[in-house]
Design a protein around this ligand. Sequence first.
Ligand SMILES: [Zn+2]
Length: 251
Amino acid sequence: MTSRRSLLSLLALLPLTTSAAPPQTPPTPQPPTPKTAVIVVDIQGDFTEAHKGSLAVPGTDATYLAAVAAATSSLKAAGLPIFATQDWHPANHISFFSNHPGRKPFESISLNGRTQVLWPPHCIRKSQGANLLLDRNLFSAVVQKGKDKRYDSYSGFKDDGGSSTRMESLLRKADISHVIVYGVATDYCVRATALDAAAAGFHVTMITDLSRGVAPASTTQALADLKAKGVRVVPKLSDALPPTPSTPTPR
Ligand SMILES: [Zn+2]
């Protein structure tokens, strides 16, 4: 009885407390807005001609880097979260030809049923060549990959052994549905990252003007592979702008 009475007296107080609150406006229904993030792939010294990298991708001169920096800054200014991937290998990494006696750079070998391209040593963690060439303040997070000596990791989402990076959970946490991807190299890490983003269910747009490939034939093939998996391949940043709320894209 006592508790019922105290409940009643509490209820009697309620109109007073609610009348003190500001008037409530009903929530306006919002159409689902595709939320876009950006993944900038492996803009690191060792992958660029501008920094005389050990695995410099053709066309990665100062002009290219300036274009990537300008585009990334403008996307950041537009309020988009920007994520970077960073190749970050131990010195004894399996992808380095020098860790396979008798092998040469750019040879392909079979390793436990996978094809492994043997690269010149590159992006050794904490080395100068592993540094990101863009302002760190642009990035919501930097996702490092290829840290396990046993596996290569072209993708920013997972390595060849199937271990996931933080990328997908970061995107999910930010409620992202659309990612814009560009960087180096089109035919390896950009390709793998964009394909894994699409496989994870994100809408994906890849920008060719802001990307560079290792070789023409594999770059052409990579763009075909991306299109086949539903990735929107566009030449310019201005073509990559997210769909507007008035024209939502079905998932
Ligand atoms: Zn690597």
